[in-house]
Ligand binder design. Structure first.
Ligand code: CP
Length: 314
């Protein structure tokens, strides 16, 4: 069965989510024992990245290699593919889907993965589409919350930083609607507030959320702090970026205000928003979070190979 992974709105079924998390746990345990089943033997993954990446591309490539498959990729598709000669995304994907079994696509335009999926003869995974979504990141984020605080329900989370363009935030907002009794604090400068369509979604799911521009006020009250980078590459005004870039910095002083049971997450990369002094605090989970991405992506690839993910209209 042909399936694509385009949005976390495809993953709001709690049983399906539990199945993905269970498979990720099994694959992590198998990895530790050096006994990963070669579920994707003879399969070829194409990583087509029009924007830079460290975690997403390396973890997808590592995931497929560990599962016995092979990888072909371009890390700067805008320059090192025929896009530079004017080839459209659609034409490139038509061609690449003839050479591979799964395509992982990162692109600078929101909606690019959906466009690619329309013309691809193989599954397309959205690895980040501009300011749109980053669904596999949100899946590994919720998996990390489960591992770190022991539950996917009944918690308070603050999301801080660039909520306007932060695609990981957008995907996580959708995904958190699968959890029960989650309260969300949206912490951003006024110029970088969460777009209305995500707030409408939260309202439609009757989820509690509050907007704020003061991180220090929410720190004592939350179970999960989800920091994000103010993304220079998304700004058309250099002056605005300079004004807001250091809006929220989790340094030693701010860390002292954080609930002592809270967990600190960040999709990474970070710039200044989490000081290096935080890294040694046991609440800092962002490096563990990045490692979880490997097992979530292995689980997703194995489900795709099985054709077990059920496609939902988005
Ligand atoms: N979190 C994330 O998407 O990181 P990369 O941009 O390095 O892939």
């Amino acid at each position: 069965m042909l399936e694509h992974i385009l949005s976390t709105r495809q993953f709001l079924d709690r049983n399906a989510l539990a199945g993905i998390f269970k498979r990720a746990e099994k694959l992590e345990s198998a990895d530790k024992r050096g006994r990963i089943p070669k579920l994707l033997k003879d399969k070829i993954l194409s990583c087509v990245f029009y924007e830079p990446s460290t975690r997403t591309r390396f973890s997808f490539e590592s995931a497929l290699l560990k599962l016995g498959g092979q990888v072909i990729s371009t890390e700067s598709a805008g320059h090192f593919s025929s896009a530079i000669k004017g080839e459209t995304l659609e034409d490139s994907i038509r061609i690449i889907s003839g050479y591979s079994d799964i395509i992982v696509l990162r692109h600078y335009e929101a909606g690019a993965a959906e466009r690619a999926a329309k013309v691809s003869s193989v599954p397309v995974i959205n690895a980040g589409d501009g300011s749109g979504e980053h669904p596999t990141q949100a899946l590994l984020d919720l998996y990390t919350i489960k591992k770190e605080i022991g539950r996917v329900d009944n918690f308070k989370i603050a999301m801080a930083g660039d909520l306007l363009c932060g695609r990981t935030v957008h995907s996580l907002i959708y995904l958190l609607s699968a959890s029960r009794n989650v309260e969300i604090r949206l912490v951003s400068p006024r110029e970088l507030r969460l777009p209305e369509k995500y707030k409408s979604f939260l309202k439609s799911r009757e989820m509690k959320f509050f907007e704020s521009d003061r991180l220090e006020e929410v720190l004592p009250k939350i179970d999960v702090l989800y920091m994000t980078r103010i993304q220079k590459e998304r700004f058309s005004s250099a002056r605005l970026y300079e004004r807001v870039k250091n809006s929220f910095v989790l340094d030693g002083k701010m860390l002292a205000k954080l609930n002592k049971h809270a967990v600190i997450m960040h999709p990474l990369p970070r710039v200044n928003e989490i000081s290096r002094v935080v890294d040694s605090d046991k609440r800092a989970a962002y490096f563990r979070q990045a490692k979880n991405g490997l097992y979530i992506r292995m689980a997703l690839l194995s489900f795709l190979a099985d054709g077990l993910l059920s496609r939902r209209k988005i």
